[in-house]
Design a protein around this ligand. Structure first.
Ligand code: 6LW
Length: 519
Protein backbone atom coordinates (compact mmCIF):
# COMPACT_ATOMS: atom_id res chain seq x y z
CA UNK A 1 0.00 0.00 0.00
CA UNK A 2 1.28 3.48 -0.86
CA UNK A 3 0.77 6.85 0.80
CA UNK A 4 -1.34 9.62 -0.62
CA UNK A 5 -2.35 13.12 0.51
CA UNK A 6 -5.80 14.17 1.60
CA UNK A 7 -7.90 16.06 0.76
CA UNK A 8 -7.94 14.86 -2.83
CA UNK A 9 -10.08 17.83 -3.88
CA UNK A 10 -9.26 20.84 -1.70
CA UNK A 11 -11.44 23.88 -1.11
CA UNK A 12 -15.18 23.96 -0.71
CA UNK A 13 -16.23 20.60 -2.24
CA UNK A 14 -18.59 18.80 0.13
CA UNK A 15 -20.91 15.80 -0.23
CA UNK A 16 -18.81 13.95 -2.83
CA UNK A 17 -20.37 11.26 -5.00
CA UNK A 18 -18.33 9.10 -7.35
CA UNK A 19 -18.71 6.64 -10.22
CA UNK A 20 -16.23 4.63 -12.28
CA UNK A 21 -16.79 3.90 -15.96
CA UNK A 22 -14.18 2.12 -18.06
CA UNK A 23 -11.34 3.04 -15.73
CA UNK A 24 -12.34 6.73 -15.56
CA UNK A 25 -13.58 8.18 -12.29
CA UNK A 26 -16.10 11.01 -12.16
CA UNK A 27 -16.79 12.83 -8.90
CA UNK A 28 -19.34 15.53 -8.17
CA UNK A 29 -19.93 17.80 -5.17
CA UNK A 30 -22.56 20.22 -3.84
CA UNK A 31 -22.64 23.70 -5.33
CA UNK A 32 -25.23 25.51 -3.13
CA UNK A 33 -26.13 29.02 -4.30
CA UNK A 34 -23.48 29.09 -7.03
CA UNK A 35 -23.92 28.85 -10.77
CA UNK A 36 -23.12 26.77 -12.79
CA UNK A 37 -24.29 24.01 -10.50
CA UNK A 38 -22.72 20.65 -9.61
CA UNK A 39 -19.02 20.55 -10.55
CA UNK A 40 -17.83 17.36 -12.24
CA UNK A 41 -14.24 16.27 -11.59
CA UNK A 42 -12.41 13.57 -13.52
CA UNK A 43 -9.49 11.32 -12.59
CA UNK A 44 -7.88 8.14 -13.84
CA UNK A 45 -6.06 7.34 -10.60
CA UNK A 46 -8.21 8.85 -7.79
CA UNK A 47 -5.38 11.27 -6.92
CA UNK A 48 -5.05 13.72 -9.82
CA UNK A 49 -8.46 15.39 -10.28
CA UNK A 50 -9.49 17.94 -12.90
CA UNK A 51 -12.69 19.91 -13.22
CA UNK A 52 -14.25 18.94 -16.57
CA UNK A 53 -17.58 20.75 -16.39
CA UNK A 54 -20.85 21.12 -14.54
CA UNK A 55 -24.18 19.35 -14.77
CA UNK A 56 -26.33 22.50 -14.50
CA UNK A 57 -25.02 25.11 -16.92
CA UNK A 58 -28.23 26.59 -18.34
CA UNK A 59 -30.61 28.93 -16.52
CA UNK A 60 -33.43 26.71 -17.79
CA UNK A 61 -31.97 23.86 -15.69
CA UNK A 62 -31.30 25.81 -12.52
CA UNK A 63 -33.00 28.95 -11.27
CA UNK A 64 -31.51 30.17 -8.01
CA UNK A 65 -32.74 33.68 -7.43
CA UNK A 66 -32.64 34.79 -3.80
CA UNK A 67 -31.40 31.83 -1.80
CA UNK A 68 -30.17 31.99 1.73
CA UNK A 69 -26.43 31.35 1.90
CA UNK A 70 -26.10 27.58 2.00
CA UNK A 71 -29.34 27.16 0.03
CA UNK A 72 -29.24 26.11 -3.62
CA UNK A 73 -28.08 22.69 -4.80
CA UNK A 74 -27.38 20.06 -2.16
CA UNK A 75 -25.65 16.71 -2.08
CA UNK A 76 -25.88 15.25 -5.59
CA UNK A 77 -25.41 11.57 -6.44
CA UNK A 78 -23.83 10.40 -9.71
CA UNK A 79 -24.57 6.99 -11.21
CA UNK A 80 -24.08 5.24 -14.56
CA UNK A 81 -26.65 2.86 -16.00
CA UNK A 82 -26.97 1.42 -19.53
CA UNK A 83 -24.62 3.93 -21.13
CA UNK A 84 -26.16 6.95 -19.40
CA UNK A 85 -24.87 9.10 -16.55
CA UNK A 86 -27.48 10.26 -14.06
CA UNK A 87 -27.11 12.98 -11.47
CA UNK A 88 -29.77 13.49 -8.85
CA UNK A 89 -29.91 16.37 -6.37
CA UNK A 90 -32.21 18.84 -4.66
CA UNK A 91 -32.34 22.62 -4.87
CA UNK A 92 -33.42 24.77 -1.93
CA UNK A 93 -34.28 28.36 -1.26
CA UNK A 94 -33.68 27.93 2.48
CA UNK A 95 -30.61 26.44 4.01
CA UNK A 96 -32.30 24.85 6.99
CA UNK A 97 -35.49 23.11 5.89
CA UNK A 98 -36.25 22.03 9.43
CA UNK A 99 -36.78 25.66 10.44
CA UNK A 100 -39.68 25.97 8.06
CA UNK A 101 -41.46 22.69 7.46
CA UNK A 102 -43.28 24.13 4.44
CA UNK A 103 -40.25 24.50 2.19
CA UNK A 104 -39.17 20.91 1.67
CA UNK A 105 -37.58 20.72 -1.76
CA UNK A 106 -38.23 18.08 -4.36
CA UNK A 107 -35.33 16.31 -5.92
CA UNK A 108 -34.67 15.98 -9.61
CA UNK A 109 -32.33 14.17 -11.94
CA UNK A 110 -30.49 15.16 -15.11
CA UNK A 111 -28.82 12.74 -17.51
CA UNK A 112 -26.33 12.59 -20.37
CA UNK A 113 -24.65 10.00 -22.54
CA UNK A 114 -21.61 12.28 -22.98
CA UNK A 115 -20.21 13.42 -19.66
CA UNK A 116 -17.39 15.25 -21.46
CA UNK A 117 -19.83 17.79 -22.90
CA UNK A 118 -21.22 19.84 -20.05
CA UNK A 119 -23.91 21.26 -22.29
CA UNK A 120 -25.31 17.81 -23.01
CA UNK A 121 -27.00 17.34 -19.62
CA UNK A 122 -30.76 17.08 -19.95
CA UNK A 123 -33.44 19.27 -18.52
CA UNK A 124 -34.26 18.23 -14.92
CA UNK A 125 -37.00 15.67 -14.30
CA UNK A 126 -38.48 16.30 -10.86
CA UNK A 127 -39.51 13.56 -8.49
CA UNK A 128 -42.91 13.70 -6.82
CA UNK A 129 -41.35 12.96 -3.41
CA UNK A 130 -39.85 15.68 -1.22
CA UNK A 131 -36.46 15.50 0.44
CA UNK A 132 -32.77 16.16 0.00
CA UNK A 133 -29.68 13.97 -0.45
CA UNK A 134 -31.35 11.93 -3.20
CA UNK A 135 -29.80 8.61 -4.25
CA UNK A 136 -30.74 6.41 -7.22
CA UNK A 137 -30.14 2.67 -7.20
CA UNK A 138 -30.85 0.29 -10.11
CA UNK A 139 -31.54 -3.28 -9.09
CA UNK A 140 -30.63 -6.20 -11.36
CA UNK A 141 -34.27 -6.55 -12.48
CA UNK A 142 -34.33 -2.91 -13.64
CA UNK A 143 -36.32 -1.53 -10.70
CA UNK A 144 -35.09 1.94 -9.75
CA UNK A 145 -35.09 2.97 -6.10
CA UNK A 146 -35.06 6.59 -4.97
CA UNK A 147 -33.97 7.29 -1.44
CA UNK A 148 -33.89 10.73 0.13
CA UNK A 149 -33.92 12.44 3.48
CA UNK A 150 -36.75 14.32 5.09
CA UNK A 151 -38.26 14.83 8.46
CA UNK A 152 -40.02 11.84 9.90
CA UNK A 153 -43.79 11.97 9.73
CA UNK A 154 -44.08 10.39 13.15
CA UNK A 155 -41.74 12.59 15.19
CA UNK A 156 -39.50 10.99 17.75
CA UNK A 157 -40.49 12.42 21.15
CA UNK A 158 -37.87 14.89 22.32
CA UNK A 159 -36.16 15.36 18.93
CA UNK A 160 -37.51 18.79 18.06
CA UNK A 161 -35.66 20.36 15.23
CA UNK A 162 -34.26 17.80 12.88
CA UNK A 163 -35.55 14.25 13.03
CA UNK A 164 -34.06 13.72 9.56
CA UNK A 165 -34.49 10.16 8.33
CA UNK A 166 -33.94 8.23 5.11
CA UNK A 167 -36.97 7.11 3.12
CA UNK A 168 -37.10 4.91 0.04
CA UNK A 169 -39.56 4.23 -2.77
CA UNK A 170 -39.46 2.88 -6.30
CA UNK A 171 -39.64 5.43 -9.08
CA UNK A 172 -40.50 5.68 -12.76
CA UNK A 173 -37.64 7.69 -14.21
CA UNK A 174 -39.54 8.73 -17.31
CA UNK A 175 -42.00 10.80 -15.28
CA UNK A 176 -40.28 11.10 -11.89
CA UNK A 177 -43.39 9.59 -10.26
CA UNK A 178 -43.03 7.22 -7.36
CA UNK A 179 -44.45 3.75 -7.92
CA UNK A 180 -44.57 2.65 -4.29
CA UNK A 181 -45.28 4.22 -0.91
CA UNK A 182 -42.14 5.67 0.64
CA UNK A 183 -40.80 3.63 3.53
CA UNK A 184 -38.61 4.84 6.38
CA UNK A 185 -35.41 2.78 6.23
CA UNK A 186 -33.01 4.54 8.57
CA UNK A 187 -33.32 6.96 11.46
CA UNK A 188 -30.59 7.80 13.91
CA UNK A 189 -30.56 8.38 17.64
CA UNK A 190 -28.57 11.54 16.79
CA UNK A 191 -31.70 12.90 15.09
CA UNK A 192 -29.96 13.00 11.69
CA UNK A 193 -29.64 10.18 9.15
CA UNK A 194 -29.03 11.53 5.66
CA UNK A 195 -26.75 11.25 2.61
CA UNK A 196 -28.03 7.76 1.74
CA UNK A 197 -26.22 5.69 -0.88
CA UNK A 198 -27.33 2.17 -1.76
CA UNK A 199 -25.17 -0.51 -3.44
CA UNK A 200 -25.37 -4.18 -4.15
CA UNK A 201 -22.36 -6.42 -3.60
CA UNK A 202 -22.70 -10.20 -3.91
CA UNK A 203 -25.84 -11.23 -2.02
CA UNK A 204 -26.31 -8.04 0.04
CA UNK A 205 -27.67 -4.57 -0.47
CA UNK A 206 -25.74 -1.96 1.51
CA UNK A 207 -27.07 1.33 2.81
CA UNK A 208 -24.57 4.02 3.78
CA UNK A 209 -25.86 6.95 5.81
CA UNK A 210 -24.23 10.11 7.11
CA UNK A 211 -25.31 10.66 10.69
CA UNK A 212 -25.04 13.22 13.45
CA UNK A 213 -25.21 16.31 11.20
CA UNK A 214 -22.41 17.76 9.11
CA UNK A 215 -20.48 19.40 11.94
CA UNK A 216 -18.95 17.94 15.10
CA UNK A 217 -20.46 14.48 15.53
CA UNK A 218 -20.65 13.83 11.80
CA UNK A 219 -19.98 10.17 11.00
CA UNK A 220 -20.91 7.35 8.65
CA UNK A 221 -22.96 4.23 9.32
CA UNK A 222 -23.65 1.13 7.25
CA UNK A 223 -26.52 -1.36 7.19
CA UNK A 224 -27.16 -4.33 4.91
CA UNK A 225 -30.21 -6.20 3.74
CA UNK A 226 -31.58 -8.71 1.24
CA UNK A 227 -34.16 -6.19 0.04
CA UNK A 228 -33.86 -2.40 -0.50
CA UNK A 229 -37.05 -1.96 1.54
CA UNK A 230 -35.41 -3.83 4.42
CA UNK A 231 -35.28 -5.05 7.06
CA UNK A 232 -31.82 -3.51 7.34
CA UNK A 233 -29.27 -4.96 9.71
CA UNK A 234 -26.79 -2.52 11.26
CA UNK A 235 -23.09 -3.25 10.75
CA UNK A 236 -20.94 -4.48 13.63
CA UNK A 237 -18.55 -1.50 13.59
CA UNK A 238 -20.68 1.62 13.39
CA UNK A 239 -19.73 4.39 13.06
CA UNK A 240 -17.25 3.26 10.42
CA UNK A 241 -14.52 5.47 11.89
CA UNK A 242 -14.37 8.14 14.59
CA UNK A 243 -12.72 11.50 14.01
CA UNK A 244 -13.17 13.98 16.82
CA UNK A 245 -12.41 17.47 18.04
CA UNK A 246 -8.73 16.70 18.64
CA UNK A 247 -8.01 15.43 15.12
CA UNK A 248 -6.28 17.08 12.15
CA UNK A 249 -9.34 16.20 10.04
CA UNK A 250 -12.79 16.71 11.56
CA UNK A 251 -16.52 16.54 10.84
CA UNK A 252 -15.91 13.57 8.51
CA UNK A 253 -18.83 11.79 6.86
CA UNK A 254 -21.17 11.76 3.87
CA UNK A 255 -19.54 8.83 2.10
CA UNK A 256 -19.98 7.37 -1.35
CA UNK A 257 -18.28 4.18 -2.56
CA UNK A 258 -16.76 3.07 -5.84
CA UNK A 259 -15.09 -0.09 -7.09
CA UNK A 260 -12.11 0.27 -9.41
CA UNK A 261 -11.18 -1.97 -12.35
CA UNK A 262 -8.93 -4.09 -10.15
CA UNK A 263 -11.68 -4.88 -7.68
CA UNK A 264 -10.48 -2.43 -5.00
CA UNK A 265 -13.17 -0.42 -3.25
CA UNK A 266 -12.80 3.22 -2.27
CA UNK A 267 -14.75 5.70 -0.20
CA UNK A 268 -14.98 9.43 -0.81
CA UNK A 269 -16.26 11.62 1.99
CA UNK A 270 -16.23 15.17 3.25
CA UNK A 271 -13.98 16.49 6.00
CA UNK A 272 -12.69 19.75 7.40
CA UNK A 273 -9.09 20.77 8.15
CA UNK A 274 -9.56 23.08 11.13
CA UNK A 275 -7.14 25.99 11.39
CA UNK A 276 -6.79 26.56 15.10
CA UNK A 277 -10.50 27.21 15.37
CA UNK A 278 -13.71 25.30 15.04
CA UNK A 279 -14.15 25.53 11.31
CA UNK A 280 -11.97 26.06 8.28
CA UNK A 281 -12.24 28.90 5.81
CA UNK A 282 -11.62 26.26 3.15
CA UNK A 283 -14.97 24.70 4.00
CA UNK A 284 -15.75 21.03 3.70
CA UNK A 285 -13.33 19.29 1.34
CA UNK A 286 -13.29 15.90 -0.41
CA UNK A 287 -11.24 13.08 1.13
CA UNK A 288 -10.43 9.54 -0.04
CA UNK A 289 -10.10 6.31 1.97
CA UNK A 290 -9.62 2.68 1.03
CA UNK A 291 -12.36 0.15 1.72
CA UNK A 292 -11.85 -3.51 2.56
CA UNK A 293 -14.52 -6.12 3.18
CA UNK A 294 -14.56 -8.39 6.21
CA UNK A 295 -17.37 -10.91 6.56
CA UNK A 296 -19.27 -8.96 3.94
CA UNK A 297 -19.05 -5.74 5.95
CA UNK A 298 -17.06 -2.72 4.74
CA UNK A 299 -14.05 -1.53 6.74
CA UNK A 300 -13.06 2.00 5.81
CA UNK A 301 -9.43 3.12 6.14
CA UNK A 302 -8.73 0.02 8.22
CA UNK A 303 -11.21 1.39 10.77
CA UNK A 304 -8.70 4.19 11.55
CA UNK A 305 -9.46 7.89 11.67
CA UNK A 306 -9.41 9.77 8.37
CA UNK A 307 -6.07 11.62 8.14
CA UNK A 308 -4.10 14.02 5.93
CA UNK A 309 -1.69 11.29 4.87
CA UNK A 310 -3.43 8.04 4.18
CA UNK A 311 -2.66 4.72 2.52
CA UNK A 312 -4.21 2.63 -0.21
CA UNK A 313 -3.26 0.14 -2.92
CA UNK A 314 -1.69 1.66 -6.05
CA UNK A 315 -1.93 5.30 -4.93
CA UNK A 316 0.84 7.92 -4.88
CA UNK A 317 1.66 11.19 -3.18
CA UNK A 318 0.77 14.38 -4.95
CA UNK A 319 0.46 17.94 -3.69
CA UNK A 320 -2.15 20.08 -5.38
CA UNK A 321 -0.32 23.02 -7.05
CA UNK A 322 -1.10 26.53 -5.77
CA UNK A 323 -0.33 28.49 -8.90
CA UNK A 324 -3.16 29.28 -11.24
CA UNK A 325 -3.63 32.18 -13.65
CA UNK A 326 -6.35 33.37 -16.00
CA UNK A 327 -5.27 35.93 -18.63
CA UNK A 328 -8.77 36.14 -20.01
CA UNK A 329 -7.29 35.37 -23.40
CA UNK A 330 -9.94 32.89 -24.53
CA UNK A 331 -13.41 33.73 -25.75
CA UNK A 332 -15.16 31.93 -22.93
CA UNK A 333 -14.54 31.82 -19.21
CA UNK A 334 -12.26 29.09 -17.88
CA UNK A 335 -13.95 26.39 -15.84
CA UNK A 336 -14.02 27.10 -12.13
CA UNK A 337 -15.54 30.60 -12.17
CA UNK A 338 -18.84 30.82 -10.32
CA UNK A 339 -21.67 33.30 -10.10
CA UNK A 340 -23.72 33.76 -6.96
CA UNK A 341 -27.23 32.72 -8.10
CA UNK A 342 -28.37 32.19 -11.66
CA UNK A 343 -27.54 35.36 -13.60
CA UNK A 344 -30.51 37.08 -15.25
CA UNK A 345 -28.53 39.04 -17.83
CA UNK A 346 -25.22 38.81 -19.64
CA UNK A 347 -23.16 41.37 -17.78
CA UNK A 348 -19.65 40.49 -18.96
CA UNK A 349 -17.61 40.15 -22.12
CA UNK A 350 -14.28 38.53 -23.01
CA UNK A 351 -14.29 39.85 -26.57
CA UNK A 352 -15.16 43.56 -26.40
CA UNK A 353 -11.67 44.29 -25.12
CA UNK A 354 -9.60 41.23 -26.04
CA UNK A 355 -7.44 39.95 -23.20
CA UNK A 356 -9.69 41.42 -20.52
CA UNK A 357 -12.65 40.28 -18.52
CA UNK A 358 -15.01 43.21 -18.94
CA UNK A 359 -17.74 43.56 -16.31
CA UNK A 360 -20.77 45.78 -16.65
CA UNK A 361 -21.74 46.12 -13.03
CA UNK A 362 -25.40 45.40 -12.39
CA UNK A 363 -27.69 47.32 -10.05
CA UNK A 364 -27.15 45.10 -6.99
CA UNK A 365 -24.30 45.50 -4.55
CA UNK A 366 -22.75 42.42 -2.93
CA UNK A 367 -24.87 42.55 0.24
CA UNK A 368 -28.25 41.66 -1.22
CA UNK A 369 -29.87 38.27 -1.90
CA UNK A 370 -30.09 38.98 -5.67
CA UNK A 371 -27.44 38.13 -8.27
CA UNK A 372 -24.68 40.75 -8.43
CA UNK A 373 -22.02 41.10 -11.14
CA UNK A 374 -19.63 38.90 -9.24
CA UNK A 375 -17.24 36.20 -10.48
CA UNK A 376 -15.82 33.88 -7.85
CA UNK A 377 -13.19 31.15 -7.48
CA UNK A 378 -12.75 28.77 -4.59
CA UNK A 379 -9.83 29.30 -2.24
CA UNK A 380 -8.06 25.94 -2.26
CA UNK A 381 -4.93 26.68 -0.19
CA UNK A 382 -4.70 28.32 3.16
CA UNK A 383 -1.64 30.40 2.18
CA UNK A 384 -1.64 32.07 -1.20
CA UNK A 385 -1.69 35.44 -2.93
CA UNK A 386 -4.61 36.47 -5.11
CA UNK A 387 -3.83 39.30 -7.53
CA UNK A 388 -5.62 41.11 -10.32
CA UNK A 389 -5.17 44.27 -12.41
CA UNK A 390 -8.13 46.56 -12.93
CA UNK A 391 -8.89 49.43 -15.33
CA UNK A 392 -11.95 51.29 -14.14
CA UNK A 393 -12.96 54.91 -14.69
CA UNK A 394 -16.19 55.38 -12.76
CA UNK A 395 -18.39 58.21 -13.97
CA UNK A 396 -20.84 58.03 -11.07
CA UNK A 397 -20.28 58.14 -7.32
CA UNK A 398 -22.67 55.23 -6.99
CA UNK A 399 -20.59 52.61 -8.73
CA UNK A 400 -17.66 50.48 -7.65
CA UNK A 401 -15.46 47.69 -9.07
CA UNK A 402 -12.75 45.63 -7.45
CA UNK A 403 -11.83 42.38 -5.78
CA UNK A 404 -13.58 40.56 -2.97
CA UNK A 405 -12.95 37.99 -0.28
CA UNK A 406 -16.28 36.24 -0.30
CA UNK A 407 -18.15 33.97 2.07
CA UNK A 408 -21.72 35.04 1.43
CA UNK A 409 -23.81 38.15 1.08
CA UNK A 410 -23.61 38.80 4.80
CA UNK A 411 -19.87 38.26 5.07
CA UNK A 412 -17.43 39.59 2.51
CA UNK A 413 -14.61 42.15 2.39
CA UNK A 414 -14.01 44.28 -0.68
CA UNK A 415 -11.20 46.37 -2.14
CA UNK A 416 -12.59 48.52 -4.91
CA UNK A 417 -12.31 51.70 -6.92
CA UNK A 418 -14.88 54.48 -6.65
CA UNK A 419 -15.29 58.12 -7.57
CA UNK A 420 -15.71 60.96 -5.11
CA UNK A 421 -15.80 64.69 -5.79
CA UNK A 422 -14.06 64.39 -9.14
CA UNK A 423 -11.30 62.19 -7.72
CA UNK A 424 -10.76 58.44 -7.77
CA UNK A 425 -10.29 56.57 -4.58
CA UNK A 426 -9.69 53.05 -3.43
CA UNK A 427 -11.91 51.76 -0.67
CA UNK A 428 -11.29 48.79 1.61
CA UNK A 429 -14.54 47.69 3.20
CA UNK A 430 -13.97 44.91 5.75
CA UNK A 431 -16.77 42.53 6.45
CA UNK A 432 -17.19 44.15 9.85
CA UNK A 433 -16.05 47.66 10.72
CA UNK A 434 -15.50 50.97 8.99
CA UNK A 435 -14.10 51.42 5.49
CA UNK A 436 -10.63 52.82 4.73
CA UNK A 437 -10.31 55.10 1.70
CA UNK A 438 -7.29 56.53 -0.12
CA UNK A 439 -7.02 58.61 -3.25
CA UNK A 440 -5.39 57.07 -6.31
CA UNK A 441 -4.32 58.65 -9.59
CA UNK A 442 -7.11 59.44 -11.98
CA UNK A 443 -5.82 57.30 -14.80
CA UNK A 444 -3.54 54.43 -13.75
CA UNK A 445 -4.64 50.80 -13.77
CA UNK A 446 -4.60 49.44 -10.24
CA UNK A 447 -3.17 46.10 -9.09
CA UNK A 448 -5.30 44.65 -6.30
CA UNK A 449 -3.91 41.99 -3.97
CA UNK A 450 -5.33 39.77 -1.23
CA UNK A 451 -2.76 37.79 0.75
CA UNK A 452 -4.39 34.72 2.30
CA UNK A 453 -2.75 33.24 5.38
CA UNK A 454 -3.25 33.65 9.10
CA UNK A 455 -4.96 36.88 8.09
CA UNK A 456 -6.36 38.15 4.84
CA UNK A 457 -4.36 41.28 3.96
CA UNK A 458 -5.64 43.67 1.31
CA UNK A 459 -3.24 45.82 -0.73
CA UNK A 460 -2.97 47.77 -3.98
CA UNK A 461 -0.47 49.59 -6.15
CA UNK A 462 -0.65 51.78 -9.23
CA UNK A 463 0.22 49.56 -12.15
CA UNK A 464 1.74 52.37 -14.25
CA UNK A 465 4.39 53.07 -11.63
CA UNK A 466 6.82 50.15 -11.68
CA UNK A 467 8.51 51.34 -8.48
CA UNK A 468 5.28 51.53 -6.51
CA UNK A 469 5.21 49.19 -3.54
CA UNK A 470 2.04 47.50 -2.36
CA UNK A 471 0.16 49.70 0.10
CA UNK A 472 -1.44 47.29 2.58
CA UNK A 473 -4.62 49.09 3.35
CA UNK A 474 -6.24 46.67 5.78
CA UNK A 475 -6.79 43.12 6.91
CA UNK A 476 -9.43 40.78 8.27
CA UNK A 477 -9.06 37.65 10.37
CA UNK A 478 -9.10 34.39 8.53
CA UNK A 479 -11.89 33.09 10.71
CA UNK A 480 -14.17 36.07 10.36
CA UNK A 481 -16.39 34.26 7.95
CA UNK A 482 -17.20 31.54 10.40
CA UNK A 483 -17.90 33.98 13.22
CA UNK A 484 -20.25 36.53 11.79
CA UNK A 485 -23.65 35.77 10.72
CA UNK A 486 -23.69 32.01 11.06
CA UNK A 487 -26.27 31.66 8.31
CA UNK A 488 -25.25 28.73 6.17
CA UNK A 489 -21.70 29.12 7.40
CA UNK A 490 -20.79 25.47 7.77
CA UNK A 491 -21.92 24.57 4.27
CA UNK A 492 -19.72 26.57 1.90
CA UNK A 493 -16.15 27.87 1.93
CA UNK A 494 -14.11 30.96 1.19
CA UNK A 495 -13.97 32.29 -2.36
CA UNK A 496 -12.10 35.15 -4.02
CA UNK A 497 -13.57 37.19 -6.79
CA UNK A 498 -14.03 40.16 -9.06
CA UNK A 499 -17.04 42.43 -8.99
CA UNK A 500 -18.62 45.60 -10.28
CA UNK A 501 -21.85 47.24 -9.20
CA UNK A 502 -23.93 50.35 -9.21
CA UNK A 503 -26.24 51.18 -6.33
CA UNK A 504 -29.71 50.51 -7.75
CA UNK A 505 -28.42 51.57 -11.16
CA UNK A 506 -26.47 49.88 -13.88
CA UNK A 507 -22.76 50.74 -14.06
CA UNK A 508 -22.37 52.35 -17.48
CA UNK A 509 -18.58 52.31 -17.62
CA UNK A 510 -17.13 48.83 -17.77
CA UNK A 511 -14.58 47.45 -15.32
CA UNK A 512 -11.78 45.64 -17.19
CA UNK A 513 -9.70 43.00 -15.43
CA UNK A 514 -6.44 42.09 -17.22
CA UNK A 515 -5.64 38.87 -15.34
CA UNK A 516 -6.17 37.03 -12.09
CA UNK A 517 -3.67 34.78 -10.43
CA UNK A 518 -3.19 32.67 -7.33
CA UNK A 519 0.42 32.17 -6.27
C1 6LW B 1 -26.19 17.89 2.82
C2 6LW B 1 -26.58 17.12 4.00
C3 6LW B 1 -26.04 17.95 5.09
O1 6LW B 1 -27.10 17.77 1.80
O2 6LW B 1 -25.57 19.12 4.61
O3 6LW B 1 -25.99 18.45 7.30
C4 6LW B 1 -26.14 19.27 3.38
N1 6LW B 1 -26.15 17.67 6.30
O4 6LW B 1 -26.14 15.82 3.97
C5 6LW B 1 -25.42 20.24 2.55
O5 6LW B 1 -24.08 19.88 2.35
Amino acid sequence: MNSFNNPIIPGFNPDPSIVQVGGEFFLITSSFEYFPGIPIYHSRDLIDWNLIGHALTRPSQLQIQTPEPGGGVWAPTIRFHDGIFYITAASFSRYRPQVDDRVWPRGFYVKTSNIWDENSWSHPVYFDQVGFDQDLFWDDDGTVYLSSTYRKLQPTPGVKLKDFAVHICTVDLTTGRSTSEPKLIRESSSGVAEGSHIFKRAQFYYLFTAEGGTEEGHCEWVSRSHDPFGPWELGPNNPLWRNGREDEVQNTGHTDLVEDDSGNWWAVLLGVRPQGQDESVLGRETFLARVEWENDWPVINGGEKISLVSRGPGLYTRTVPVTWRDDFSSKSLQLGWYRKNTPLTIDFSLTERPGYLRLYGGPHNLSVPACPTLFLRKQIHKSCRWETKLSFQPTSEYTEAGTVLWWNYFTHSTLGIRKSGGQRLIRFQPSEGTPVEKFVSLSSDIVLVIDCGDYYSFGYREADNPRAEIDWIGKVENNIATRSPPVGAPFTGMMLGLYAYGERQQCLTPADFAYVEFQ
